[in-house]
Write a protein that binds this ligand. Structure first.
Ligand code: C5P
Length: 233
């Protein structure tokens, strides 16, 4: 069920990011901080954006041995982010360790979302490089089920796959979906896309929107259009 719109802050510096967020005034969108911005600015960018009143999805896609991921997640949890993620390919043991690291002393923790197969990986790479003999659909399904059974909250997927994920893993298992475009907008490098309205109809729980908002001539208006079409408000 449509929960919120997350803006991907794909900027290269804190300066550019704050100039963008300042345009929203008292409105405090849920935002996603990815590797580029985090590696450029470090944890201080997370603390500052949190202090400004935004919810944060920290998109660092962890994938390492369970002990390392557990300790890294403990650090991310202390930054008070609201959502973070990892690669399901790290195995169920790694995912359970991640949850342990994320859980604070009072029992609260950020939502934890898994990446199944990156949308940039095609069937050819799956078969000939990763040596996975099964289809993409079965691989995504199996990784999503592993994530659910390990206790994670959901997966990142295309809006076009949200229905299937809910079918395998239940409606309570979250689908966080990039690949959102307005009908008249540029598709860019995204392949499997949907409009905010279609994403809602397909059952996405959160849409992640980057360029349709960040590159719009009026980003606030573009964001509000996403809210209206996705949440129906
Ligand atoms: O600009 P655009 O709307 O394409 O931005 C989508 C955001 O979602 C980017 O930050 C991109 O890295 C991220 N993402 C994605 N596809 C995935 C996982 C993350 O587009 N499978």
């Amino acid at each position: 069920m449509a929960e919120d719109v997350i803006i991907a802050l794909d900027f290269k510096s804190a300066e550019e990011t704050y100039a963008f967020l300042d345009r929203f005034g008292d409105e405090k969108p849920f935002v996603k901080i990815g590797m580029e911005l985090y590696y450029a600015e470090g944890p201080s960018i997370v603390r500052e954006i949190k202090k400004r009143g935004h919810k944060i999805f920290l998109d660092l896609k962890l994938h390492d041995i369970p002990n390392t991921v557990e300790k890294a997640m403990r650090v991310l949890s202390s930054l008070e982010v609201d959502m973070c993620n990892l690669h399901a390919a790290g195995t169920s043991r790694m995912m359970r360790a991640a949850l342990k690291g994320l859980t604070r002393e009072d029992g609260t923790r950020p939502l934890l979302i898994a990446v199944t197969q990156l949308t940039s990986t095609d069937e050819d790479a799956l078969k000939n490089e990763l040596l996975i003999g099964d289809t993409m659909e079965n691989t995504v399904k199996s990784y999503a089920l592993n994530a659910k059974n390990a206790g994670l909250d959901g997966v990142v997927c295309s809006p076009l796959e949200a229905g299937k994920v809910h079918e395998f893993c239940g409606n309570g298992f979250l689908t966080v979906t990039p690949g959102v475009r307005f009908p008249e907008g540029e598709q860019g490098d995204q392949k499997r896309i949907a409009t905010p309205e279609r994403a809602r109809e397909l059952g996405s729980d959160y849409i992640v929107v980057g360029r349709p908002v960040t590159a719009a001539s009026d980003p606030v208006k573009a964001y509000e259009r996403c809210l209206k079409e996705f949440l129906g408000r």
